[in-house]
Design a protein around this ligand. Structure first.
Ligand code: GLV
Ligand code: MN
Ligand code: MN
Length: 412
């Protein structure tokens, strides 16, 4: 069996995590930022030095190809995302990017015969930290986002993904030519940190993902009346923030008690206007992120929240809107690819657990066009989307070895 090089993995991870706009306060690499540019330049150099064919697609997905012996055989893709959340960790996305780069590097270095080409991919804007919704690179790649959609996805400054991509030197108008259809790709493999504590608490070094949660993200806006905080009696107020606080409490209650054990819901972002100490809040917008491995769990929570938004707004004389920010369905991964990964883990004598993913991944979108498999490595204390996010290097190396050998198995 083949082996990856831990020193190179460490070096590449450290380099990638140095492209960070918030040093000392976690890791931040937002899409189309100077740090994103540096990360792409680093990947380009690393791939070109290995003789891989490098290309950045019209929306910013970085791709590099190691050619197989059969030009007619569809490629196998491998990678993860290059962006981070604000103040996040150094491994979410980056671990899978470095792992894929390492796997292709070993295959090339050791002249491992492959029939199918291998394509390294670093997806753009998986987190949605800038343009909302998330999974934008993969949605565009499988045709779920059109150029028009990209014009409607905007950041907090009102700049659209489309414009930002153009400013970054890309040409999103050419997206259609790059959309993948069924049969274009034989399989896709992604290594990722688990981001939960299942593997860590059980001391199991490897997770083989069977299914990925569905996600629905909404934005709720409540409009009341801004007024003087000292002169407006309590019974004459239309306070949008108090209404929002009631709804936010309901979101937690609803996910906890009204759906399944697997259902979760989070309000993670809020804007309050005018956001002034002595003014009654006239308008509030907040996001809701609902997830479940079962579609019915998401649907039930969404329905109950919408009813509660209406009830509370009516009661308090507010106007309201609930808009869809982004969604992806729960998906099952390919049993074929899962069994290849499992066979490799058994051959390498690696203890593993078949499990579900509570985090969203670009892999979920790729199931629309190809067979997908995912490998998880343990997250220390189950922490992720936070500066403390970490994985033991030994576990990361194990995951990389499994990824490498599974890729070779699929490519031959
Ligand atoms: C991405 O990390 C997500 O699960 O939101
Ligand atoms: Mn993430
Ligand atoms: Mn991720």
């Amino acid at each position: 069996m083949l082996e990856t090089n831990l020193e190179r993995i460490k070096h590449n991870l450290e380099t990638l995590s140095s492209f960070n706009s918030t040093p000392g306060k976690g890791y931040t690499r937002l899409s189309f930022s100077p740090e994103h540019r540096k990360a792409l330049d680093f990947l380009s150099k690393a791939c070109e030095s290995m003789g891989f064919e490098v290309m950045i697609d019209p929306v910013g997905n970085f791709r590099a190809k190691l050619k197989g012996s059969d030009p007619g055989a569809p490629p196998i893709m491998c990678g993860s995302h290059i962006d981070t959340v604000l103040y996040g960790g150094k491994l979410d996305g980056a671990a899978g990017v470095v792992a894929a780069l390492e796997a292709l590097t070993v295959i090339k270095e050791q002249n491992v015969p492959i029939r199918h080409s291998l394509e390294f991919i670093a997806f753009v804007e998986e987190e949605g930290a800038s343009f909302g919704g998330g999974l934008i690179g993969s949605k565009a790649l499988v045709g779920k986002y059109t150029v028009e959609d990209l014009k409607n996805l905007t950041n907090d400054e009102g700049l659209s993904f489309y414009e930002a991509a153009k400013n970054f030197g890309l040409n999103p108008d050419e997206l259609e030519d790059y959309v993948l259809r069924k049969g274009d790709v034989k399989a896709l493999l992604e290594l990722h940190i688990e981001q939960g504590n299942v593997l860590y608490t059980k001391s199991i070094p490897l997770g083989i993902v069977e299914a990925i949660v569905g996600i629905k993200q909404l934005a709720v806006t409540l409009t009341g009346k801004a007024n003087h905080a000292g002169t407006t009696p309590m019974n004459l107020r239309r306070d949008a923030l108090v209404a929002a606080s009631n709804i936010i409490s309901f979101v937690e209650h609803c996910a906890k008690h009204e759906a399944f054990d697997t259902t979760v819901a989070t309000v993670g972002k809020i804007w309050c206007f005018p956001n002034v100490t002595n003014v009654i809040p006239g308008k509030v917008t907040f996001t809701i992120d609902i997830r479940d491995i079962k579609t019915e769990g998401i649907q039930r929570v969404e329905q109950l929240i919408k009813e509660e938004v209406k009830r509370i707004s009516d009661e308090r004389g507010l106007q309201y809107s609930v808009n869809l920010v982004g969604e992806s369905d729960p998906v099952k991964l390919s049993e074929k690819v899962v069994s290849v990964i499992q066979r490799v883990a058994e051959k390498l004598n690696v203890n593993f657990l078949r499990m579900n993913s509570g985090a969203g991944h670009d892999s979920a979108l790729l199931t629309e066009v190809t067979d997908v498999g995912m490998i998880f490595v343990p997250s220390i204390e189950g922490i992720s989307h936070a500066p403390e996010e970490d994985t033991e290097y030994e576990d990361l190396k194990t995951g990389c070895d499994v990824l490498l050998n599974a890729l070779v198995d699929l490519a031959q």
